[in-house]
Design a protein around this ligand. Structure first.
Ligand code: ADP
Ligand code: MG
Length: 465
């Protein structure tokens, strides 16, 4: 029975995880529908429960049936193998958010090498360390991330052997830190047979640490981490102010580093700004390489959008891509979010994806998030205020009735959006950035000369609220 379970499990997780977590388990007995397995430690049990409860349920369903139960026996004293039958079960009640795919029990595909979509989905959810969807192949390189990417790739090829140890990558939210660090982990998993790679968020690390204190399993916890060949720890800013967790991390760090094991870390800010992190830890970070990730420039945004729509299997006209790239420049996650909602909009309304639809989608997103105003809103308000059309604003017209509103619109676009001048120019009929600069300067000059200008601006601003 346990062998049958193992076969199911093996199908669903990377080999390394299987070796680490399932090979050490010994089946003890099967009594009715209750299978008892022996696990090496309390920490081990917790890890299984934390990360593999759904997978275990799945395996039980398959091997025993829907009402199969699992009990753990935990070895408490390793010395003389005395074990206390601490029984707990992963019955269905134990994991409230467990959902059983309807076709599971009878699905003949299970246990075969069938690489269908469900399976990939599962392996992603069940194995929380590495997500196979993050790779170097689907990471777009640009000036914004070149150093981090190439250092990451070097580390992936020769883990522990480069001078980039630790490798510390930092940057704002949604700029690809998790993607890169996971890509490194996946690459190592796929290219080295015997390297144990562990990816963990700092939050999870902290929780595990706290639990291990509570359950008196700190030794297990540190032993476990000290065994890995590659440790990737994400978002270390989360460790700020958590002194005890930092102490333990420091020990693990030193131990691994001494053994020449690779350590990779990410943070949302540069190390020098990591307040609440002990100096001795910070000084360790400086031993290796620190590389930053910045917001992608226009060309990189275009490439990322293209890659994303290609992976979704759709095609979108270049003018729409350009529109998006000129309108969203905060981070990659947001860029991806826009594309996803755009596709959803298109399929809901059965419309073609064009600039008009992109415009509406963006407006909705911005409104929902209650964030800054878009350039479209600015143009609408200005057009309405001056009784001209948006087309006028974008036209080549040099008429006074149009030029002044257009200048004000650009001025406000600069003030309200964080778009680069080049993109603002794009939204005004494809003007170049020097025209935008000129407009802004003109408004500044006018303001010095005529007090009404400031007043008009105030009025316009009040419409944005
Ligand atoms: P962070 O961890 O820095 O907050 P993520 O790594 O989670 O950011 O990235 C957010 C999203 O953007 C992910 O879906 C990721 O795949 C994608 N992404 C980020 N950078 C790139 C890039 N250079 N090329 C392709 N996709 C990227
Ligand atoms: Mg992240």
């Amino acid at each position: 029975i346990w062998d049958a379970c193992l076969r199911v499990i093996q199908q669903h997780i990377p080999e390394q995880s299987f070796k680490t977590w399932f090979e050490p388990i010994r089946p003890l007995k099967l009594y009715g529908k209750v299978l008892t397995i022996q696990v090496p430690s309390q920490f081990f049990y917790e890890w299984l429960e934390d990360n593999y409860v759904n997978l275990l349920r799945k395996a039980l369903d398959y091997a025993i049936g829907r009402d199969g139960l699992l009990e753990y026996s935990i070895i408490v004293d390793k010395g003389n193998e005395k074990h206390q039958p601490l029984t707990m079960n992963v019955s269905t009640q134990k994991s409230p958010n467990f959902t059983k795919p309807d076709n599971f029990a009878t699905d003949p595909r299970l246990g075969t090498n069938n690489k269908d979509k469900d399976k990939d989905q599962d392996s992603m959810n069940l194995d929380t360390y590495l997500n196979p969807n993050y790779s170097f192949d689907n990471f777009i390189e640009g000036d914004c991330n070149r150093l981090a990417r190439s250092a990451g790739f070097a580390v992936a090829q020769r883990p522990g052997l480069t001078s980039f140890n630790p490798l510390m990558m930092y940057g704002g939210v949604g700029l690809g830190k998790t993607h890169l660090v996971q890509a490194i982990g996946n690459y190592i998993m796929n290219h080295f047979d015997n390297k144990l790679v562990l990816y963990v968020s700092s939050e999870k690390f902290t929780n595990q640490f706290i639990n291990s204190i509570r359950n008196n399993t700190l030794q297990d916890f540190t032993d476990f981490y000290m065994k890995v060949d590659v440790l990737a720890i994400d978002d270390v800013q989360f460790l700020s102010g958590k002194e005890k967790t930092q102490d333990t991390f420091f020990h693990i760090f030193n131990h691994l580093h001494q053994l020449g094991k690779q350590i990779i870390m990410t943070s949302d800010r540069p190390p020098r700004e990591l307040q609440g992190l002990q100096d001795r830890l910070l000084s360790r970070f400086k031993w290796g390489l620190t590389a930053d990730l910045q917001t992608p420039d226009f060309e990189t945004r275009i490439a990322i959008i293209q890659k994303k729509i290609q992976s979704e299997g759709i095609s979108i006209d270049y003018d729409v891509i350009e529109y998006i790239a000129h309108s969203v420049n905060s981070n990659v996650r947001e860029l991806e979010g826009v594309i996803v909602s755009l596709m959803a909009q298109a399929s809901l309304t059965r419309r073609e994806i064009d600039v008009e639809l992109a415009k509406n989608t963006l407006r909705n997103i911005v409104m929902n998030e209650d964030k800054e105003v878009t350039i479209d809103t600015i143009q609408e308000i200005i057009a309405d205020f001056f009784q001209i059309t948006i087309a006028d604003l974008k036209s080549k017209s040099r008429k006074k009735e149009v030029v002044y509103p257009r200048q004000l619109a650009m001025y406000l676009a600069k003030e309200y959006t964080d778009l680069p001048l080049k993109s603002i120019g794009y939204h005004f009929g494809g003007r170049d950035h020097s025209t935008v600069i000129h407009s802004i300067q003109s408004v500044n000059l006018l303001m010095d000369e005529t007090p009404d200008v400031e007043e008009t601006l105030q009025k316009l601003r009040s419409y944005f609220k």
